[in-house]
Write a protein that binds this ligand. Structure first.
Ligand code: UDX
Ligand code: UDX
Length: 440
């Protein structure tokens, strides 16, 4: 039975550790954040991810497989396979910050007590795994240790809000390695233990790292593409939902990731497209398409703000209600959320902004303590006396809003549906001015 350590108990590390532990493997989930580990040891999760609380509760009962610790030495010496899942944020120059990855790697070398397979699960630029290998070798030599180890690249393709399902129903597992024996061991973690029956793509370290970036950049490209098509639809009278439907039936295109909105957010797409473009430029290339993905994306959010300004006849002193703050439904994550960018811009232009989100208000308040918005307890109080209601994140609970009730509490019946969540005719019949994205 493989013994697993997860270094970095974040959105990715926690899900990976819990899913591997639920397959029966002993897992030590290690983090430098003592408060986070303390809470996890008491069954309190630092993040919201559907199903994760139950999964962790099942696996971390006394005598069960999942252990939370800040003691790296304990995690490493009780494990043979070490997953590095620390965060890789973006630096000012749009490059990927690998500090945490290198620190984790060198710290592992400092406590190694024998052969290990070190798996890089964090999203890292092409070439990073080889750099990590060198850092570990150098540290082992410095310490006079001669333990063997292998580096394996195993990028994650988990979507927040469906991460557990994405783990067990992955379309593929990507494994990059120099050493095929190490690759086979990681394959067995997924096939024999986690019972994953999807294709296993075993390739080089560099190709594995690139598969992750290229996949995210392509998905982001699909979103910017449909957002641009939506803008054209608004001028030519086409309905972008029907266009997406018609396009998506072509199996070379596929229907997913063709939903227009306020722009893509999250801890991955913005960061990964920027990092890939930065890497291309470091090779002296000009990544025109990658740059355009980001330009279209930031312009899309600006376009939403112009819609709100036009619908209210001017923002100063107007009350704008924002339904949805997280970057997508099913998560409390507000990293790079277009809704947050919209809220900040509206506040800066003297609108009175009321916000509601089923899960993400705590993060909004924690990350922006000075932000002058009214935090509301439910969608209706959020819409009270509103001059413009903005549906920014398509949470399930917004699907069956009582529009009759809404009509009676707003000041102006104006609805901007930035996720095309509602049937326009139905809302208009109730007397609302309705605008979606890519449709009238
Ligand atoms: C993950 C991947 O690691 C990242 O590469 C990908 O681009 C997005 O998903 P994520 O899980 O979202 O990142 O990061 P985060 O939720 O910030 O969690 C990272 C955890 O690592 C934090 O809990 C942090 O405390 C921990 N950490 C960071 C360590 O334990 N050690 C470190 O040296 C640095
Ligand atoms: C993404 C990738 O999907 C996942 O494979 C990778 O491992 C991590 O990054 P995530 O960022 O969690 O996952 O969510 P995702 O569902 O991809 O949505 C990303 C952003 O794109 C969200 O802001 C979402 O609202 C937006 N989006 C998505 C659209 O605007 N339109 C779409 O059709 C799909």
């Amino acid at each position: 039975m493989h013994r697993i350590a997860i270094i970095g108990a974040g959105y990715v590390g926690l899900v990976t550790g819990a899913c591997l532990a639920s397959s029966g493997m002993p897992v030590h989930c290690c983090d430098i954040d003592t408060e986070k580990i303390g809470k996890l040891s008491r069954g309190i999760l630092p993040i919201y991810e559907p199903g994760l609380e139950e999964l962790i509760s099942d696996c971390s009962k006394p005598g069960k497989q999942l252990v939370f610790t800040t003691d790296l030495k304990k995690a490493v010496t009780n494990s043979d396979i070490l997953f590095i899942a620390v965060n890789t944020p973006t630096l000012e120059n749009s490059r990927c910050d690998l500090t945490h990855v290198f620190e984790a790697a060198v710290s592992i070398a400092g406590v190694m007590d024998g052969y290990k397979i070190i798996v890089i699960k964090s999203t890292v630029p092409v070439g990073t795994c080889r750099l990590v290998k060198q850092r570990i070798s150098d540290e082992l030599s410095r310490l006079g240790k001669s333990y063997g180890f292998d580096i394996v690249s195993n990028p994650e393709f988990l979507r927040e809000g469906s991460a557990i399902s994405d783990f067990f129903n992955a379309d593929r597992v990507v494994i990059g390695a120099d050493n095929h024996d190490a690759a086979d061991i990681i394959k067995s973690v997924y096939t024999e233990n986690a019972k994953c029956c999807c294709p296993m793509v075993v390739t080089s370290l560099e190709s594995s790292e690139m598969i992750k970036y290229a996949s995210n950049a392509f998905l982001a490209c699909k979103i910017s593409f449909i957002n641009e098509i939506a803008s054209i639809c608004e001028h030519c009278g086409a309905n972008v939902s029907e266009v997406s439907e018609g396009m998506g039936l072509d199996n070379r295109i596929g229907r997913q990731f063709l939903n227009p909105g306020p722009g893509f957010g999250g801890s991955c797409f913005p960061k990964d497209v920027m990092a890939l473009a930065g890497a291309a430029e470091s090779y002296g290339l000009e990544p025109k398409l990658l740059r355009s993905i980001m330009t279209v994306n930031s312009e899309q959010t600006a376009r939403m703000i112009r819609k709100i300004e036009a619908a209210t006849g001017g923002l100063d002193g107007k009350t704008v209600s924002i339904l949805g703050v997280s970057f997508k439904p099913g998560t409390d994550d507000i990293r790079y959320s277009p809704s947050v960018a919209i809220i900040k811009d509206l506040v800066s232009r003297n609108a009175a902004v009321r916000v509601y989100d089923p899960k993400a208000l705590g993060n909004l308040k924690k990350e922006n303590p000075e932000l002058k918005v009214r935090y509301c307890k439910n969608p209706y109080s959020c819409c009270s006396r509103s001059d413009c209601v903005v549906l920014a994140t398509e949470w399930e609970e917004f699907a069956d809003l009582d529009f009759e009730k809404l009509k009676s509490i707003v000041r102006q019946p104006v609805l901007l549906d930035l996720r095309n969540m509602y049937p326009p005719d139905y809302v208009k019949k109730l007397g609302f001015y309705y605008e979606g994205v890519g449709k009238k």
